[in-house]
Ligand binder design. Structure first.
Ligand code: C2E
Ligand code: MG
Ligand code: MG
Ligand code: MG
Length: 292
């Protein structure tokens, strides 16, 4: 096929390939030492209840500060970490760090929130996943109910029976599970019925043009109604505008996450947001206070 495209095209194609293979090798090399070098950190993005406007949870999102390349997006290195198996150790670090952080917020007297952690396929399929999650909870002394794992449909469908079995074990431990990027995978509706999950996350590709794309509106409405009929909460990701937010609220979506409310931010900023929220609630509960 490269030949058909002509010599120039072939060279261009080959250069592109080399660039990406080279980039992969450089990143992979760096990735091996990144944990030991302390080059990872987590940012947290608020999840907001669409009716009350209150933060009820956050999603932990990993960042890699590469010594030469600066901050590398997880979109560029999670795949590599998967292929190389490094994801198991990195994922463990994420779980422990996120659980410890949530416990620290609670210990600081902030309103309890749920910590959502992304789990990728290789990490989920690893034999000791359930033990690893239990260890992170034990070590951090975080209540299981304050932890949620985000998994994708394609991950579950790789081995449906085994996935559902693992999900049931995790559910039995008291934590909750959510389907991330819903609508982009290929789980059948009958399979969905058997997942022990508590929420569906509408992928941001359906949210982006929600204000004026009637197809995306139809998809969002269908996911919301499907979720509710299955007794699940429905959350939309990638909410950037008031129009998207209004559409979601008007159509009974439960929760949202996106730049409109907040970008992913460091832990201290979450603590500040929670503290401010508590002050505002206290203000509403005791309106007389302002008279003194
Ligand atoms: P995801 O789990 O679907 O996370 C949502 C992504 O959307 C995040 O990208 C977030 O920063 C971004 N986002 C949030 N609000 C908005 C918005 O309003 N507009 C737009 N355009 N984007 C928004 P991020 O942080 O780059 O992460 C990308 C993906 O990398 C995640 O997608 C997840 O699949 C993966 N990932 C991130 N952290 C981890 C981790 O700790 N472990 C694993 N296994 N995967 C991770
Ligand atoms: Mg996610
Ligand atoms: Mg997502
Ligand atoms: Mg996504």
């Amino acid at each position: 096929r490269a030949k058909e495209m002509g010599n120039n095209n072939f060279q261009f194609y080959a250069r592109e390939m080399n660039a990406s293979v080279e980039e992969k090798l450089v990143l992979l090399e760096g990735l091996r030492g990144a944990l030991d070098e302390g080059q990872f950190h987590l940012l947290y993005q608020p999840k907001v209840d669409l009716r009350s406007g209150l933060i009820f949870g956050v999603e932990a999102l990993i960042r890699w500060e590469h010594p030469e390349h600066g901050v590398v997006s997880p979109l560029r290195f999670i795949g590599l970490a998967e292929e190389s198996g490094l994801i198991v150790a990195i994922g463990d670090w994420v779980l422990h760090t996120a659980c410890r952080q949530n416990k620290a917020w609670q210990d600081a007297g902030l309103a309890p929130i749920t910590m959502s952690v992304n789990v990728s396929p290789r990490q989920f399929e690893e034999k000791r996943l359930v033990e690893r999650v239990a260890a992170a909870l034990r070590e951090s002394a975080l209540a299981p109910g304050a932890l949620e794992l985000e998994v994708t449909e394609s991950l579950i469908m790789r081995d449906l029976a085994q996935s559902v079995g693992k999900m049931r074990e995790l559910e039995a431990m008291g934590l909750s599970l959510s389907i991330d990027d819903f609508g982009t995978g290929y789980s059948s509706l009958s399979a969905l019925k058997s997942f022990p999950i508590s929420s569906l996350k509408i992928d941001k590709s359906f949210v982006r043009e929600l204000a004026d794309n009637t197809d995306d509106q139809a998809i969002a409405m269908a996911v919301i109604s499907l979720g509710h009929k299955l007794n699940l909460r429905v959350i939309a990701e990638g909410v950037e505008t008031e129009q998207q937010c209004t559409f979601l609220r008007d159509n009974d979506c439960d929760e949202m996450q996106g730049y409109l409310f907040s970008r992913p931010v460091p832990a201290a900023q979450i603590a500040a947001l929670l503290a401010e929220q508590a002050r505002m609630q206290a203000g509403c509960a005791h309106p007389g206070r302002s008279l003194h």
